[in-house]
Design a protein around this ligand. Structure first.
Ligand SMILES: [Fe+2]
Length: 229
């Protein structure tokens, strides 16, 4: 099944309730587009046993939802209210007084991307042009896997490990906290969340086991290939 990431990220107009009678409409009554938590592309237990339904319940239902709720509160009454998510991220990156908005917006985007980066019966290898680009960059697919695991384990504290397209090549990058390739002009292809909340219930402190499992059983290479430009 193929999903349009940009489509899922598009802000959906909330069913805003207009207060008052029709004659009272003014700027304050204008419906404001609120970000909605995008639906998961699969059931919460679809990735078990590699990611348990309990982890998904907390990670998607609490953490991802929390970023959505925080973002809506933070942008209310600002020029960012009702703007597309990617515009908010690009418009707040590297602005010290907009850090809270950036962090929550980027975490909404990163998590939506992470869900798309996984599927039941995933893992294995990509095919076609993406495989050729990985082999061109890393020599062998095993070398790519090792480099991805090393980057994931080597991200100190919370963050993300990504396969990105940068120019005509693919490469692995890691980002701290909420930082995202979107803020660096890179085209994200695949990501693994290495915040502890992503794996602690299932893997405790064994982050490497989680990243290895992501590559061997969960990675959605069809999604990654669909992102190539
Ligand atoms: Fe997360």
């Amino acid at each position: 099944m193929r999903f349009s990431f940009s489509g899922i990220c598009t802000l959906m107009l909330a069913a805003a309730t207009l207060a008052g009678l029709p004659g009272s409409l003014n700027a304050a009554d204008t419906p404001v587009a609120a970000l909605q938590l995008p639906p998961l592309p699969y059931a919460q237990d679809a990735l078990a046993p590699f990611v348990s339904a309990k982890t998904m319940g907390f990670h998607y239902g609490k953490h991802h939802q929390g970023y959505v709720d925080n973002l809506n509160k933070l942008v209310a009454g600002t020029p960012f209210a009702g703007r597309p998510l990617e515009e908010i991220i690009r418009g707040t990156a590297n602005l010290p007084d907009k850090t809270a908005i950036f962090n929550n917006a980027a975490q909404v985007w990163n998590h939506t991307f992470f869900w798309q980066s996984m599927k039941a019966n995933g893992g294995g290898r990509p095919a076609g042009r993406l495989l050729e680009m990985i082999l061109d960059a890393f020599g062998t697919f095993e070398a790519f896997k090792t480099a991805f695991e090393t980057a994931g384990v080597g991200q100190f504290g919370s963050g993300w490990v990504w396969l990105v397209q940068d120019g005509g090549k693919v490469k692995i990058v890691k980002t701290a906290n909420a930082d995202t390739p979107l803020a660096h002009g890179q085209n994200a292809l695949l990501t693994c969340d290495v915040w502890e909340h992503a794996y602690y219930l299932d893997y405790q402190n064994r982050r490497k086991d989680f990243v290895t499992t992501f590559l061997e059983h969960l990675a959605n290479w069809d999604f990654a290939a669909s992102r190539l430009k």
